[in-house]
Design a protein around this ligand. Structure first.
Ligand code: BES
Ligand code: MN
Ligand code: ZN
Length: 502
């Protein structure tokens, strides 16, 4: 889809979308359109349930008095209550409706909203941004297109006062969304196509944008002592990889500061290993690399919009398979940190991958903080469903910043407790640690987080368990079903608000 911005004027072609506010109040442009069509909007309103509340739509096809092919009324409700995410949702919902109707182009007119929290031209950029997110499709493997069901909408123009500012704001949003799309693409790929080596090759493509990419192979990881990560991958025909991506965009004044670090779980397929998972639903474990996908998409977004920060992304890429050479329950491995781990369940593999990736990251980069993302536990879905990611941290400030950023972009996080009582559960009688807790199924997500904390040293750290967020079975306005790209917008906002410009 192509996006454009213009000053407010009624177009001569395509579809026209204009706003209604609460209680059937016309926006200035809607009023003008009603006049030009000799009351067509008023008459349409009388015969429908549309009241102008947020999320309402009403279509009027081929109205007399205008040259456009269709007028879409969209409800904004009480404008004082609007948020930027509402504007994105509007964009995404419009795309969906217009595709259903067969429209090819649309002009969305946003009259001055007079909202305190944001300017109307920022809202215009958000409408386009949401439309872009909502129009994403993963269809590279589809050859049997049903032409009648294909999206028709190819062009959206958003009209507002001060449209040059909207156009400028959209350039950054577009770069961010390209990052989200990369994450969605990676998450949706099947595991026969996306395995550690091919994933690493995708990362390498970011070099063109100025990201410095290094790929560590198994021999290199062996020399570094990454026995925990390598143990997970040893049952797979595919070699494991660790990818390090660096974006150095900080201004000269800040260039010497510690980098921000993001670490991702990249289990390209999780069968559970010898502790094999049940068959039904196992195909979902192709997206067990969601954390790594988010870190990679974030690096793309930062580079795309030339963010003024130094950031490093580290992802541990493995495939967890049962095989003659696979790790066994009871095996003891040595992590790069020196701590030994008794593997009691080969399906608790994500934490083993992160153990070495986290230790390596703090050891090499001495970052300002580390944030890891992982589809780590099924238990977090029991706790939070698909509405929030679990947040675990040793740092209150970091937690608050992440919470605020999540709220602002509609990618929620909810903090769960950590304490020594949980940490104790990770002690093994014959090694330093064991990879599952002694408490059975109780507090599974917290115990997993405690395990990770053993590998962060003194670094300020936050862990996001995104098992409930990386994939969506439901179509939503700005997140079509499939890989969601969760976390890219959250972390971009978090970086923007707290680490750029300072
Ligand atoms: N990748 C899974 C967690 C998961 C489950 C993600 C469902 C998304 C949807 C993880 O590796 C795993 O298997 N965790 C186990 C841990 C247990 C063995 C302690 C789990 O959650 O059951
Ligand atoms: Mn597992
Ligand atoms: Zn897993």
């Amino acid at each position: 889809m192509k996006f454009a911005f213009s000053e407010i004027s009624i177009p001569k072609r395509g579809s026209l979308a204009v706003a209604l506010y609460a209680d059937k109040t016309f926006s200035p442009t809607a009023k003008l359109v009603d006049k030009k069509t000799k009351g067509a909007l008023s008459r349409a309103l009388e015969t429908s349930r549309f009241t102008g509340k947020k999320g309402d739509f009403l279509e009027i096809v081929a109205p007399n008095g205008l040259e456009v092919s269709r007028v879409v009324l969209f409800g904004l409700g009480e404008t004082g209550k609007l948020s930027m995410t509402d504007m994105e949702t509007l964009g995404g919902s419009l795309v969906k409706r217009l595709n259903a109707s067969g429209a090819r182009s649309v002009t969305v007119i946003l009259d001055e909203l007079n909202v305190e929290d944001f300017k109307t031209n920022e809202a215009a950029a958000a409408v386009a941004g949401g439309a872009m997110l909502g129009s994403y499709r993963f269809r590279k493997y589809k050859t049997d297109f049903d032409e009648a069901a294909e999206p028709t909408l190819t062009r959206m123009t958003v009209s507002c006062k001060g449209s040059a500012t909207a156009r400028k704001a959209f350039a950054d949003i577009e770069a961010l969304n390209e990052g989200v799309f990369m994450t969605r693409d990676l998450v949706s790929e099947p595991a026969n196509e996306l395995y550690p080596e091919s994933f690493a090759a995708r990362c390498l493509e970011l070099s063109d944008m100025g990201v410095h990419v290094e790929i560590l192979d198994e021999a290199k990881m062996q020399r570094l002592g990454m026995g925990a990560l390598l143990g997970v991958g040893q049952g797979s025909r595919r070699d494991s990889r660790l990818v390090v991506m660096q974006w150095n965009g900080a201004t000269a004044r800040k260039a010497g500061r510690k980098p921000l670090a993001f670490v991702g779980k990249g289990v390209c397929f999780d069968t559970g290993g010898i502790s094999l998972k049940p068959g039904p639903g196992m195909e979902e474990m192709k997206w067990d690399m969601g954390g790594a996908g988010t870190v990679t998409g974030l690096m793309k977004a930062l580079a795309g919009r030339k963010a003024k920060v130094n950031a490093v992304g580290v992802i541990g890429l493995v495939e967890n398979m049962p095989d003659g050479n696979a790790q066994r329950p009871g095996d003891i491995v040595k992590s790069m940190s020196g701590q030994t781990i008794e593997i009691l369940n080969t399906d608790a593999e994500g934490r083993l991958v992160l153990a070495d990736a986290l230790w390596y990251t703090q050891d090499r980069f001495k970052p300002e903080f580390m944030i890891d993302l992982a589809t780590l536990t099924g238990a977090i879905i029991i706790t939070l469903g698909h509405e929030n990611a679990g947040l675990f941290s040793n740092n209150d400030e970091l937690s608050e910043q992440l919470f605020a950023a999540g709220k602002a972009v509609g990618e929620g996080v909810w903090r769960l407790p950590m304490s020594d009582a949980y940490a104790k559960q990770t002690k093994s009688p014959i090694a330093d640690l064991q990879n599952i807790g002694t408490g059975g199924r109780g507090a599974g997500s917290i115990v997993a987080a405690e395990f990770l904390q053993k590998f962060v040293n003194d670094t300020p750290w936050a862990h996001l368990d995104i098992a409930g967020m990386a994939w969506s079975k439901a179509d939503k306005p700005i997140t079509p079903k499939g890989g969601t790209g969760y976390g890219v917008r959250l972390l971009d906002k978090f970086i923007r608000d707290n680490y750029e410009g300072k």
